[in-house]
Ligand binder design. Structure first.
Ligand SMILES: Cc1cc2nc3c(=O)[nH]c(=O)nc-3n(C[C@H](O)[C@H](O)[C@H](O)COP(=O)(O)O)c2cc1C
Length: 238
C-alpha cells in the first residue's frame, strides 16, 4: 500500500490497533477539527465514515479484531462512529454535522462479514442525532470506478431507507437524468457528485441549463499527485 506525500509515493506504515486509552484523544481530534473548520468559515463538517478510513476500520469485522468495548458486537463496532459524531455535534451543532458511509463497497480490504445488521444499527443510531444529513455512497471501488460494489438484492439502499428517517444524500455514478429519477424516491433528499465536478466546476449550472459536460478525466492520470486529470481538461464553450 502506498500513499502520496510531498516527496512522492511512499510505503504506508503497517497499521496497528489503537490502545483503548488513546481513543478519547482521537475523538478529541475530530472535535477540534470540526471546530477549526467552522472557525475557518465552513458551513458544516462531514465525518468520514466511509471507504476504508479510520471510522470504517472500527465498523467492519474484517479489520476490527478488538476484544474491548470497541470490537465484537455491532453495537461495540459502532461505538467509535457514534462517539465521534456526538463529540462533533456537541462542538458545532448537529445541524452543521453530516456523516458519510459506504455500506455496499469494500475499499482497501476493509470488509465486513454481515454488513446489513451493522449498517442498519449504525444508521438507526445516527437517525436519533438529527444530523444535517447522512451521505451514503452506493457503489465505488478503490480505483474510482463504479462497480456493483457490495450492493445486492440482500442489502441495498432500500434497507438504509428503512432504518434512517433523517435527511439522506446518495452518491456514486449518477448523472443528471439518473439523479432526477432517484430523487423521486421517498426518503432520498439529494444526490452528490464527485468526478463530474472535477472537469465541470460549473456542474450545477450545466445541469440546470441541460448543457453538455466536459468528459470525465481518464482514471489512469488521477490520484497521481500532479495536476494531470484535474486542471488540464479542455474547456468547452458556454
Ligand atoms: C480523485 C478522487 C478522489 C477521491 N477521494 C475520496 C476520499 O478521499 N474519500 C472519499 O470518501 N471518497 C473519495 N472519492 C470518491 C468520491 O467522493 C465519490 O464517492 C465517487 O467518486 C463516486 O461519486 P461520483 O460517481 O459522483 O464520482 C474520490 C474520488 C475521486 C475521483
Amino acid at each position: 500500500m502506498k500513499t502520496f506525500i510531498d516527496t512522492g509515493f511512499v510505503d504506508t506504515p503497517a497499521p496497528r490497533a489503537l490502545g483503548i486509552e488513546e481513543i478519547p484523544g482521537v475523538v478529541e481530534q475530530y472535535r477540534a477539527g470540526a471546530l477549526n473548520a467552522i472557525a475557518a468559515g465552513f458551513d458544516g463538517v462531514e465525518i468520514h465514515g466511509a471507504n476504508g478510513y479510520l471510522v470504517e476500520q472500527f465498523l467492519r469485522d474484517g479489520v476490527n479484531r478488538r476484544a474491548d468495548a470497541y470490537g465484537g458486537t455491532v453495537e461495540n463496532r459502532c461505538r467509535f462512529l457514534l462517539e465521534v459524531t456526538d463529540a462533533v455535534c456537541a462542538a458545532v451543532g448537529a445541524q452543521r454535522t453530516a456523516v458519510r458511509l459506504s455500506p455496499f463497497s469494500v475499499t482497501w480490504d476493509c470488509s465486513d462479514s454481515d454488513p446489513k445488521p451493522l449498517y442498519s444499527h449504525a444508521v438507526a443510531q445516527l437517525a436519533t442525532r438529527d444530523l444535517a444529513f447522512l451521505e451514503v455512497v452506493e457503489a465505488i471501488n478503490e480505483a474510482g470506478d463504479i462497480s456493483s460494489g457490495g450492493a445486492s438484492n440482500a442489502f441495498n439502499i432500500t434497507h438504509i431507507l428503512a432504518a434512517y428517517n433523517g435527511r439522506l444524500v446518495i452518491n456514486g455514478g449518477y448523472d443528471a437524468v439518473r439523479a432526477e429519477a432517484v430523487l423521486a424516491r421517498p426518503g432520498i433528499d439529494a444526490v452528490s457528485f464527485a468526478r463530474p465536478f472535477i472537469c465541470n466546476p460549473d456542474l450545477a449550472e450545466r445541469f440546470a441549463r441541460g448543457a453538455p459536460l466536459t468528459p470525465m478525466a481518464d482514471p489512469a492520470v488521477i490520484y497521481g499527485g500532479g495536476e494531470a486529470g484535474y486542471i488540464d481538461f479542455a474547456r468547452m464553450a458556454g
